[in-house]
Ligand binder design. Structure first.
Ligand code: CDT
Length: 303
């Protein structure tokens, strides 16, 4: 067996008044508790250093940019890396990233995988950006990821880390079968993801009662169909007038939910995931090498 003990660190809201340093303090508190309970790796939510700003229309680009990180680690996030190194615990952290690429400013919704020696070993930039580009003043809140972020340009990668094959995706990426399949084709054994999911869908309120169901359905299907663990960490509760889903969870390669958060606050779910539980699926019923029929899948990669 190849057990790895992981803490899914669900977070309650981050108010706009909370500073980066306060948010980092909170992350360090969760990290310490996770380490005390024997975890080797902590999964934090999407964009977990600030409030989830795509929920508001902000005209001033300089103000939007205050939600982004220009370096990682930075002086304000370094204490998290230092404490993780001291505790010999790894983490996966979601944050908004601003970079200069060939003279162009780019903004990504990113996550990093950090090993137990505080080395950044992997980075994902969210590919499936939800929502809309234009201001929708009639809606109770916005979903402006298509306006504020560029589509990620790192693909879906898998890293050898923590004794296994680890992949990442972010929030809306989890709703797409292709996300898990591209990771699955690289042998992924553990998918780490964070989310900010409003409990209301302004355009289609009839779907509101299904928000929790669709969250679990996407992750359970992705896990089973690719024989991988999938772990999801929510930022939940009422954040500046927007209520977000909790139900952070641990899903086994069978597709079963093994653990789920009970609150809509900061909460740790500690679970030991045996990466060898992937074997019956990867070698048996789903064995990609002998069962996939790629000659019938061309439509998937056509526009
Ligand atoms: N952050 C993020 O990607 N949120 C989206 C909202 C979509 S509403 C159906 C999500 O997929 O949860």
């Amino acid at each position: 067996s190849r057990p790895i003990t992981i803490a899914v660190a669900q977070m309650g809201p981050i108010p706009l008044t909370q500073t980066r340093a306060d948010a980092v303090e909170r992350l360090i508190g969760l990290l310490r508790e996770a380490a005390q309970q024997g975890s080797e790796l902590v999964l934090f939510p999407e964009c977990c250093l600030t409030a989830f700003f795509p929920h508001w229309f902000i005209e001033d680009q300089a103000e939007i940019d205050t939600f982004f990180e220009r370096e990682m680690p930075s002086p304000v996030t370094q204490p998290l890396f230092d404490e993780a190194k001291r505790l010999k615990i790894g983490f996966c952290l979601g944050y908004a990233e601003i970079v200069d690429e060939q003279g162009q400013t780019r903004r990504y919704n990113s996550s990093i995988l950090v090993e137990r020696d505080a080395r950044i070993v992997g980075k994902h930039r969210k590919i499936h950006l939800p929502g809309h580009r234009e201001h929708r003043p009639k809606n109770p809140f916005q979903n402006l990821e298509k306006r504020y972020f560029d589509v990620g340009n790192l693909g879906f990668q898998v890293w050898n880390a923590f004794g296994g094959k680890i992949g990442m995706c972010i929030c809306n990426d989890r709703r797409w079968a292709e996300t898990y399949r591209v990771l699955g084709l690289q042998g992924v054994e553990l998918v780490l993801l964070g989310y900010n999911t409003p409990l209301q869908i302004p355009e289609y309120p009839e779907l509101n009662p299904l928000v929790g169901f669709h969250n679990q359905l996407s992750m359970q299907a992705g896990a089973y169909q690719n024989g991988t663990w999938v772990l999801g960490a929510a930022k939940t509760g009422w954040e500046e007038g927007v209520e977000q889903l909790g139900e952070s969870c641990v899903i086994a390669p069978s597709g079963e939910i093994r653990a789920v958060a009970k609150t809509n606050k900061d909460e740790l779910i500690i679970h030991t995931c045996d990466l060898d539980e992937t074997i019956p699926y990867k070698e048996g019923i789903l064995n990609f090498d002998i069962n996939r029929r790629v000659e019938y899948y061309q439509l998937i990669t056509q526009q």
